[in-house]
Structures are given as C-alpha cells and as structure tokens.
Design a protein. Sequence first.
Length: 299
Amino acid sequence: MNPTKMLQFFESRSARGEPLVLVTVCETEGSTYSKAGAQMLVDQNGVFRGMLSGGCLEGDLAIRAQQVLETGIPQTVTYDLGADDDELWGMGVGCDGVMRVLLQPLRAQDDYAPFAQIADVLRGHTAAEIAIPVEGESGGTLLVLVQPPPQVLVLGAGLDAEPVVRFAAELGWRCTVVDHRQAYIDNGDFASALATHCAPADQLGEVLDLSRFDMAIVMSHHLASDRIYLRQLAETNIGYIGLLGPHNRRERLLADIGAAATKLEKRLHGPAGLDIGGRGPAPIALSIIAQMQQKLKSG
C-alpha cells in the first residue's frame, strides 16, 4: 500500500463530498498477500487505491463496494484463497490462505469516519492506533496501527537526486530536497517531492525541523556542504544517514568533523546503498532506496 497515494485519493473524493468504501483486512490464516490491518479505498465508480492481493480479489471487492454504497450497510466477506474451485468463497488463486475482509461506507454526513482519523495520522509524524468497529456475528473492534509515511531529507539536488525522489515517492515516502544552488533546484525534476528548498548548508536546521525526518541522504557532491550537513545531522536522531561517494571521501569528511563523527558511527552508511550492481543515477538510487527500506524493516 502506498499511503501517500491513498491519502491523495481520499482527499480528492472527500473534497467533492463523494462517498467511498474502506476495505480492511480483519484477520488472516495461512499464506496471504496482506495481513490484518491492510486497507484499500474504493470510490463510487469502482476505482480503488491500495492492494490486498496480487490483483486477484480487487475486482470482486470493487463490486461488493458498490453494494455497500447502495445499501449503506457494511459487509464482511471471507476469501478462501487456497480453494481449487471458483465458488463464491473460493477464488482458486492458490495462495493457501484465508482472508476475512470488512467493507464499510465512508460518507460526508459521517465525517468520513473512521478514515478521516487515519488520514490525520498519514498527514502527520506520529503513529497511532485507530479503532474500527466490526459489525456482524463476531462484532467487536479492530485496532489498526497506522504509520505515517517516512520523511526523507535529500541534501543535494543534482541529476542523481531525481531518481532517489521518484523511487521514494513510489513507495509513498515524503521527500524534502535541499540544495544551496538555486539553479539545481530550479532545473531539477522534483515534482514528486513534498518540498524543495534553496538554503546555505549551515542554515539547514533553521530552514527545517530536522526532528521530523526518519532518513537522510547527503549527496550534494560539494565537499564543504557535505561536511556541514554531517555536522548538523550528527546532532539529530535521524536513524539512517546515507553519504554518497567512495570510502576515502567518507573518511576524509569524518576526520574533518572531529568529535561529531562519533555520533554518526551506527547511523552513517557510506558509500550509501546496497551492493546490487549497476552504474548511473537510476541503479545507484535504487540501491540507496533499497538500503533505506531495509533499515525501515529492521527498525
């Protein structure tokens, strides 16, 4: 699920007062594409954002969503993904798992609850548990842990920063790009970035609240600026700090910043990126994003 795209989808429909259906995975057994808490949104035209299977169930869910919108009554449906036939509850997709799903209407007159609360979390910086009432035989309340999309600080707006921002945006991450050169900001393709800023390197902490970022990549290709960036990042709690360039450049920069280097020891990844092979901006960007994802997964 790309949380940023889901949020944009919700905001565009709710701004027009259009109804939606929230689909939430309540529980699963065995091997399934999604686990409990996964969600998707479906609008009144059957267009959806989010994915709960490899494309096997979404068509059926879109049809059921229209029924929910017509009646205003939530539905629960159980999919036996391991069944060998195409009966109603057996989709025959061979995933060898069972998935129970809740579909509930989201309407303007109800203030789009409960997704409005989920949207607030996605816009912010702090995770939260959202209670979703489950009607039907089992009833009760499903607690969904909602994580806001990670915020990534890209320090440097060269050509190689562009694919970093694009790949991050595809994952739903929110990127902020900073460079001290106005021409780099003006000429770069950063349409998918949350924001861009032109500011001297030593004013980074004045321009931005660095405590809001989860990850940072230093890639200005300017030794003096990278040195200043690293000094400031050393004083933050940002969990992943990537540094572009070879090992000897990293060692030179760490020597230059002196005692601040000790605060970066467990967080600094330089050269940034996993060793996946390939040359050029796109493969390097892919390796960096892969390493960031690995860091997010490991915590």
